[in-house]
Design a binder for this molecule. Structure first.
Ligand SMILES: Cc1cc2nc3c(=O)[nH]c(=O)nc-3n(C[C@H](O)[C@H](O)[C@H](O)COP(=O)(O)O)c2cc1C
Length: 425
């Protein structure tokens, strides 16, 4: 991050600047995130990297194995260019989008991101509050350390609950009931995690040892925490290692935090599970992790109200295709029967506009807001959302398109072969 972006005139390394920024009051930091210091999501990523220990940053930033899919998600956006309509005056630019019957201020929701409270003590509550204030929705992960009731209560926007079968069906049913009673308006069932992907950065940084190892096992990995005293102080003041407040084990209470490999080792969801899920959850069900027309049609047959074209942000099976590349096939396969959302690699408003042109109703953003959370809590998430919203509006105006609803493939040049099946109108 340049000194100009940081609003500094003296010559200091980024780490020191970030540390100084952390020492300033919350009010000043909030103001800072709203200024021109942070211009794009990459600025928030750099700030996050300097604020949190490597084990936390790499968990957030990394992908599976060789991180090929992680990079592919970005490359696919770069491969698509625009076909604008110039000399068009747009007085009002309409960004509002209806997703599962709810109006969103712009077509992006916050994806479920596990372990958010390790990134910042504000965690899921801070992210949900920022989402609501920006007029959009928040999806609470099962791997969350704030109670679903609290998260719903602090957000002015819609909250959905994302389900992993941690602890088995009975535990999941109890969580679903709580989510329903708290007022969550959709259940997101993640179908791409029969086991956790091999995120190679995590074992190198001692994620497992730090979360669930003995003091002796933790020792070699502690220096990275001491190198970030601001984060460490906030973590300790927050009570240290939190628990999974929405995974309540009978007779034991909330499940202790374990690393993601352990968490996802017995949580496979099958299409058969959709039958009992439909009984347990009367509202809309969203199948997250669809990448082919076949799975999309199966989700429709099993009663899903929407699908999310997702490869889990490149964190599960490596060498999956980019989600933007998979999107047209899924959109054609569901043929307007259900809503199609997508995620993976969204870092700019132009990415959001490209996904909408190719048939997504809206996108989910994962890392783009989580960098903001790790950098500056709620203020960082708000800044991420503000950047993306402004990007979308500017892009529409530059394209000569007055509304998100009027975006379509004619605004894009896509590589040959992407649109072999025609998209429904
Ligand atoms: C740190 C992190 C934690 C995640 N945790 C979950 C989770 O608990 N449940 C889930 O369904 N997806 C999870 N995801 C995947 C996101 O919901 C989303 O699919 C992905 O982040 C989209 O890619 P992007 O980060 O490039 O935007 C996680 C992603 C990240 C980066």
């Amino acid at each position: 991050m340049s000194l100009v972006q940081l609003g500094c005139t003296i010559d200091l390394p980024v780490e020191e600047l970030a540390a100084r920024r952390l020492r300033t009051s919350g009010k000043r930091r909030t103001k800072a995130t709203r200024t021109s210091e942070v211009i794009n999501i990459e600025d928030l990523r750099r700030w996050a990297r300097s604020r949190v220990p490597r084990v936390v940053f790499d968990y957030l930033d990394g992908g599976a194995e060789g991180e090929v899919t992680l990079q592919e998600n970005r490359r696919a956006f770069d491969a698509v260019t625009f076909r604008p309509r110039h000399a068009v005056a747009i007085s009002e630019c309409e960004l509002r989008t209806r997703v599962l019957g709810i109006d969103l201020a712009f077509p992006a929701l916050l994806a479920p991101v596990g372990y958010s409270r390790l990134m910042h003590p504000g965690g899921e509550a801070a992210a949900a509050r920022a989402a609501g204030a920006a007029g959009t929705g928040y999806i609470l992960s099962t791997i969350s350390c704030y109670r679903v009731e609290e998260v719903k209560a602090v957000s002015a926007g819609p909250v959905w609950y994302q389900l992993y079968l941690l602890g088995g069906r009975k535990v999941a049913e109890a969580a679903i009931l709580r989510a329903r009673e708290a007022g969550c308006s959709a259940l997101v069932v993640t179908i791409d995690t029969p086991v956790a992907g091999m995120r190679e950065r995590d074992p190198r940084n001692g994620m497992k040892e730090l979360l669930s190892g003995s003091t002796f096992e933790k020792l070699p990995f502690l220096p990275q925490l001491f190198a970030h005293p601001g984060w460490l102080a906030a973590f300790l003041l927050d009570g240290g290692l939190p628990k999974l407040e929405n995974v309540v084990l009978p007779g034991q209470g909330p499940m202790p935090l374990v690393d993601v490999t352990a968490a996802l080792s017995h949580t496979v969801v099958t299409w058969d599970d959709f039958k009992w899920l439909r009984q347990a959850w009367p509202g809309p069900i969203v199948a997250k992790g669809v990448l082919t027309g076949d799975d999309a049609r199966r989700a429709v047959d099993e009663g899903a109200a929407a699908v999310v074209v997702s490869n889990h942000g490149g964190r599960q099976l490596d060498y999956l295709s980019a989600t933007l590349r998979a999107l047209p096939e899924v959109v054609a396969a569901v043929n307007n029967q259900v809503e199609v959302l997508m995620d993976g690699g969204v870092r700019r408003g132009t990415d959001i506009v490209k996904a909408i042109c190719l048939g997504a109703r809206a996108v989910l953003i994962g890392r783009a807001y989580a960098y903001g959370l790790a950098a500056a809590g709620e203020a960082g998430v708000s800044r991420a959302l503000q950047i993306l919203r402004e990007d979308v509006e500017r892009t529409l105006r530059l394209l000569g398109c007055p509304s998100v609803a009027q975006l379509n493939p004619s605004y894009l040049d896509v590589p040959a072969g992407w649109l072999t099946k025609s998209l429904p109108d």
